[in-house]
Design a protein around this ligand. Structure first.
Ligand SMILES: O=C(CO)[C@@H](O)[C@H](O)COP(=O)(O)O
Ligand SMILES: [Fe+2]
Length: 218
């Protein structure tokens, strides 16, 4: 069964809680929170204060996607703010292994994200420490971009790598996912689907969630 993680990057920030409540009532399991610092990616979004303000107002799993340099400086802040999963980019810290241990020491689940051009082999020696791998299927920084088709094969390869090692690590896929391509992505092995514009930039958010799930589950 696929899980859905609406990305609030495409939500209405002037009425954020309303949008969060709609996706929760529509049955979404995760709330995907995109954190950007204007350095690792050319955009600036939200910080721990926003996470803290939403905490306690929804039961969804707070899935924090850090697209920032020096993520080690902010792990404690996001964890205290209420993150349930913190994902850092493989490309961001100098000492990836140390950052993963830092996340786990906070009692938070740990994820690592790969940019589209980063091979899955870079995860070889940390995979067993992870709860989730986030495969970016667009270059990070913005919502509303087009899915990169080569990422479907990357999902398949990662699924094989996890199975060969006998691990239980979720695969999350993020970027350009819509009702037309979600089935291909889930079939390739995605466990958690992130969707921003395909959920929030629609006339009926609740219907968009139902449709995405229906198409994804085939
Ligand atoms: O991390 C990111 C972008 O960097 C994503 O989580 C986007 O917010 C997904 O938006 P869509 O591609 O689904 O519109
Ligand atoms: Fe994201």
């Amino acid at each position: 069964m696929m899980k859905l993680a609406p990305s609030i990057l495409s939500a209405d920030f002037s009425n954020l809680l309303k949008d969060v409540k709609i996706v929760e009532e529509a049955g979404c399991e995760y709330l995907h929170i995109d954190v950007m610092d204007g350095h690792f990616v050319p955009n600036i979004t939200i910080g721990p204060l926003v996470v803290e303000s939403l905490k306690g107002k929804t039961d969804m799993i707070f899935d924090v996607h850090l697209m920032i340099e020096e993520p080690e400086k902010y792990i404690e802040g996001f964890s205290k703010a209420g993150a349930d999963i913190i994902t850092v980019h493989q490309e961001a810290p100098v000492h990836l292994h140390r950052v993963i241990q830092l996340i786990k020491a906070q009692g938070v689940k740990a994820g690592v994200s790969l940019n589209p051009a980063t091979p899955i082999s870079t995860l070889e020696y940390v995979l067993e420490d992870l709860d989730m791998v986030l495969l970016m299927s667009v270059n990070p920084g913005f919502g509303g971009q087009k899915y990169i088709p080569a990422m479907t094969e990357k999902i398949r390869k990662l699924k094989e790598m996890i199975a060969e090692k006998g691990l239980k690590v979720d695969i999350q896929v993020d970027g350009g996912i819509n009702p037309e391509n979600v089935r291909e992505i889930v079939s390739a092995g995605a466990d958690i689907i992130v969707a921003g514009s395909a959920i929030f930039k629609t006339e009926d958010v609740s219907k968009a969630v139902q449709n995405l799930r229906m198409k994804g589950e085939g």
